[in-house]
Design a protein around this ligand. Structure first.
Ligand code: SAM
Length: 281
């Protein structure tokens, strides 16, 4: 039996059976493996790390997109860094946004995702509100002069091309591109295996943002089953408005989601002690 083993830390690994291999190759930036697993459906792996599966990618994409957009409440312009599979883009476009600027470093990931995971992006890449730029998100934020209401960083982990998307300088640049009331949201890996990463990212964000709040989502394909995300902005209320406000916005927008609800939005920010970010000593 052919298997794929993902090893994020010492003394632990998770294993998927490769029931059918669909693609294996190398882009200019990263190694790509796409296979079918009988439990999770199609699986996308970049540089040995699982990025998404058919079965649970909606949880990740919905929680990364709808938490900042629903918290903000009247988003005009969104900057999306990374997210080559188009899943976050599809969720963002469920809101009445004016424009989404998407900056993805690796065009091959967009093309492979369209080919092997067409339902993840749906028609998102054809939406006239999308301006797609192929380039490095770090370079984009240092040079951009237009402003945004929400910035979403849908990156790989802090190794390879995604490494610079986790730095203090990058977060400072993102902050300077946000209009008043703006919110940033990003993924920060498997918190139960790497609480130091979460603590470190929160600390770096805190030098640019008044409020930094981690939140969690259950994504079985990520090792440990729990993904840490982080929202940051001007105040706690800007990230987590009253539940009544979120419910009103949800009724007005009639969002069609499979996982996100206003109640889950609120609950996701309640962290058990074991998940509280820990700074590196
Ligand atoms: N769900 C995912 C996970 O498990 O982390 C993230 C998915 S998405 C495929 C991550 C994307 O970030 C990839 O397509 C990768 O090419 C892109 N990316 C990495 N570094 C980047 C950078 N510096 N600028 C723009 N995009 C970047």
């Amino acid at each position: 039996m052919k298997v794929f083993q993902e090893k994020l830390c010492e003394h632990h690994a998770q294993v998927f059976t490769i029931d059918r291999q669909l693609y294996s190759g190398k882009t200019k930036f990263q190694n790509v493996l796409i296979f079918e697993n009988r439990l999770f459906g199609r699986v996308l792996v970049l540089d040995g790390i699982v990025q998404l599966t058919d079965r649970d990618n909606h949880v990740y994409h919905e929680m990364l997109a709808h938490v900042p957009l629903m918290a903000h409440g009247s988003v005009g312009r969104v900057l999306l860094i990374g997210g080559g599979d188009g899943g976050t883009l599809k969720e963002v476009l469920k809101h009445p946004v004016e424009q989404v600027v998407m900056v993805e470093i690796d065009d091959d990931i967009i093309q492979l995702s369209k080919r092997f995971f067409p339902q993840v992006s749906g028609e998102a890449f054809e939406d006239p509100r999308v301006s797609l730029l192929i380039g490095d998100g770090v370079e984009y934020v240092t040079q951009a002069d237009s402003m945004f209401d929400v910035v979403i960083v849908d990156s790989t982990d802090p190794i390879g091309p995604g490494e610079q998307l986790f730095t203090k300088t990058f977060y400072e640049c993102c902050r300077s591109l946000l209009r008043p009331g703006g919110v940033i949201a990003l993924q920060s890996g498997a918190s139960s295996f790497n609480p130091e990463q979460l603590g470190g990212v929160c600390g770096r964000l805190a030098s640019s943002f008044e409020a930094v709040r981690p939140y969690l989502a259950p994504v079985p394909t990520y090792a440990g089953g729990t993904l840490a995300l982080i929202a940051a902005g001007e105040s706690d209320k800007a990230l987590l408005p009253a539940i009544k406000t979120l419910r009103e916005r949800d009724r007005r927008l009639r969002l069609r989601t499979s996982y996100y609800t206003p109640d889950i939005h609120g609950a996701a920010f309640i962290l058990a002690a074991g998940y509280t970010p820990r700074q590196k000593p």
